[in-house]
Write a protein of this length. Structure first.
Length: 488
């Protein structure tokens, strides 16, 4: 039996230019600047700064003429190119619109970067203060090389012995390596070279000035580590027969220790990329004012030299084959430059209108800074306000930062789902999380509240939340379970 089926399939295919524009929109300020440099290096027809003599009118960026698809320019007859399209003497639009309150000098100051000694090099330097044999030094340097960035050696002594034999040709035994490891344990920061957290804490405690509480802390970590990590304080009180105050003092000594000694080394900190806000929101006369970082709106123009090349070709009576090839190349670069300048402006406008909509949607929050003033807001809310695709709004929100009177915020943090309170009103999940966090901060730490009691408290405050939802929000806030929040 034969069947005939007729299917209609509707698909939307983005052009290469549209894809490039979407990628530009997604870039935060610093990455955008890098992309701009790459484009200028690749396209000599694109130049920075304002050219007083050679600039284009806004209309010329509409790209509506038959030659704007520069990707197929290899097949274009040079004789058909309208040279005058590329020889305008009009004024380029000023891309630094009202969205930019930055001067040319803003954000150009660079902090000098020091070249600190690395964490591992500092440990090697410390070894120079010890009297070591050549063999001991070789082993010590290998051990230092085995220390991770957090300050731990997470390998067994036997593995280290085998590794040295296979990779370094250093033949030794576990006893010798263990002795050298004791030397490593004398290095600073205290606790470095430990095999696990328990050993790390012990090393730090043993470097402290001995007191009654330090001695008790050493005994706890050495012999009752499991009970300590699980906060079984009643068991510890019974085991040591000490007072609650004595145990509290001993635990305070432990809490002062650094579980990641390598991470505290200033020279080990990686140089991280500074967050450059893409927007700034200020309160002026009780009203919000939004500005776009001027580094997102560079002044660009098409190369005067390239236009002159087109003029030379136009004036030439005898147009050779090589000249025709050259003018096709020049046209491609000019079209590419014009498109990129227009794409930057589209990016600028997209960023501004999107953030402006978010600012007005969350007007109450930006005026008072209270997270409880945050309204439920999803991507579709903003997309409908500005007439953009949800995917475009997402690109802006996921990678951009805004400088507010309350600190620099990642824009996606302003989005949240809605839940109903006991009055049937929509409230933001961010508001509920803030109330949950405040409730936990105010609890009696000797008797922290389990999730079911937290659910009851929030219900009394007008937020009927299930216990499993409380657990989910608590984990998202990086707050441990009640037992782990307990303090003596």
């Amino acid at each position: 039996m034969l069947r005939q089926n007729l299917q209609f399939k509707l698909s939307q295919k983005l052009s290469p230019q549209q894809i490039q524009l979407m990628k530009l929109i997604q870039l935060p300020t610093q990455a955008f600047e890098q992309r701009l440099l790459e484009e200028m290096n690749e396209n000599p027809a694109l130049e920075s700064g304002k050219d007083e003599e050679e600039v284009f009118e806004k209309d010329e960026f509409d790209n509506n003429d038959e030659y704007d698809d520069y990707e197929g320019s290899d097949n274009i007859d040079a004789n058909e190119i309208n040279i005058d399209e590329y020889l305008s003497n009009d004024e380029t639009p000023d891309y630094k619109t009202q969205t930019n309150n930055y001067s040319d000098d803003d954000d150009d100051r660079e902090s000098p970067l020091s070249a600190p000694v690395s964490f591992h090099q500092d440990l090697i330097n410390q070894l120079n203060t010890f009297i070591l044999t050549d063999d001991q030094r070789d082993i010590a340097e290998f051990l230092v090389g085995s220390i991770d960035d957090m300050g731990y050696i997470r390998r067994s002594i036997q593995d280290i012995v085998d590794d040295m034999a296979f990779t370094q040709g250093i033949y030794t035994d576990e006893k010798t390596v263990s002795k050298v490891l004791h030397i490593i344990h004398e290095l600073e920061p205290s606790g470095v070279g430990a095999r696990d957290l328990q050993e790390c804490l012990l090393l730090q405690l043993k470097h402290k000035t001995p007191t009654e509480y330090v001695e008790l802390a050493i005994d706890i970590i050495e012999n009752q580590f499991d009970a300590f990590t699980k906060k079984h304080y009643d068991k510890l009180l019974q085991k040591y027969g000490c007072s609650q105050e004595q145990l509290k003092k001993a635990i305070e000594e432990i809490e002062k220790l650094n579980p990641k000694p390598g991470g505290s080394f200033t020279g080990n900190n990686k140089i991280t990329e500074n967050i450059i806000p893409d927007f700034a929101i200020r309160i002026i006369d009780d009203k919000l004012e939004l500005t776009l970082n001027g580094r997102n709106a560079p002044s660009l123009h098409v190369s005067k030299d390239y236009q002159e090349m087109m003029q030379t070709y136009k004036n030439s009576k005898d147009k050779s084959h090589s000249q025709k090839d050259a003018v096709q190349f020049i046209k491609q670069k000019l079209d590419s430059a014009k498109w990129f300048i227009d794409a930057i402006k589209q990016r600028q406008e997209t960023l501004y209108v999107t953030m402006n909509a978010i600012m007005h949607f969350q007007n109450d929050y930006f005026l008072d800074g209270e997270e409880t003033s945050m309204k439920p807001m999803i991507l579709k809310d903003i997309a409908d306000m500005v007439g953009l695709d949800i995917s475009t709004v997402s690109r802006v929100a996921n990678s951009k930062y805004v400088d507010t009177p309350y600190g620099t915020k990642l824009i996606k943090e302003f989005f949240s789902e809605a839940m109903k309170n006991n009055q049937g009103e929509d409230v933001s999940t961010l508001e509920i999380k803030k109330i949950l966090q405040n409730t936990i901060e105010e609890e009696d730490k000797s008797k922290p509240l389990p999730d079911d009691q937290l659910a009851e408290i929030l219900k009394e405050k007008g937020y009927p939340i299930a216990r499993r939802t409380i657990a989910k929000y608590r984990e998202q806030l990086d707050i441990p379970v009640a037992r782990m929040r307990k303090k003596i």
